[in-house]
Design a protein around this ligand. Structure first.
Ligand code: FES
Ligand code: FES
Length: 158
């Protein structure tokens, strides 16, 4: 079938097989390999993207379901000048990543969270990222990164 979908602000039309997964569509058809595939059954969160502004496991969704949707991937977080977004920079500055495998999913989950509310507390952030697994960091620096980005965002909008 043919779908019309907006990917990181760019409208595209694509012909997809009915059983093609969103993660494979993004990576193999569009070359957006920033979205990682870990468990492939909805547990690890590495494949998290935003669909119409809400987090979605791209390994649990068919590309055919994207018809008419707006999708955001980690590639879409970069600023127009190619610099890291404040959230990405905060992950770098707070050592919120080691191997980086979980990072795209963490960033997309944190993006949804920060859009809802920049005034975050530690427990709220931990709860929000509880569906994203990280084997490296112990989570504390990821929480620090999201809290810092949230604080900066709140100060800017104050
Ligand atoms: S690869 Fe989708 S949740 Fe793990
Ligand atoms: S940084 Fe390695 S899995 Fe999170």
């Amino acid at each position: 079938m043919t779908i019309s979908v907006t990917i990181n602000g760019e409208p595209i039309a694509a012909t997809v097989e009915p059983r093609l997964l969103v993660c494979d569509f993004l990576r193999d058809h569009l070359g957006l390999t920033g979205t990682h595939i870990g468990c492939e059954h909805g547990v690890c969160g590495a494949c998290t993207v935003l669909v119409d502004g809400r987090t979605a496991r791209s390994c649990l969704m068919f590309a055919a379901q994207l018809d008419g949707a707006e999708v955001e991937t980690v590639e879409g977080l970069l600023l127009p000048d190619g610099e890291l977004s404040p959230l990405q920079a905060s992950f770098r500055d707070n050592h919120g990543l080691q191997c980086g495998f979980c990072t795209p999913g963490m960033l997309m989950t944190a993006t949804e969270l920060l859009r809802q509310d920049g005034r975050l507390d530690r427990e709220g952030v931990r709860e929000a990222i509880s569906g994203n697994l990280c084997r490296c960091t112990g989570y504390e620096t990821i929480v620090d990164a999201i809290l810092t980005a949230g604080r900066d965002q709140a100060e800017e909008t104050a």
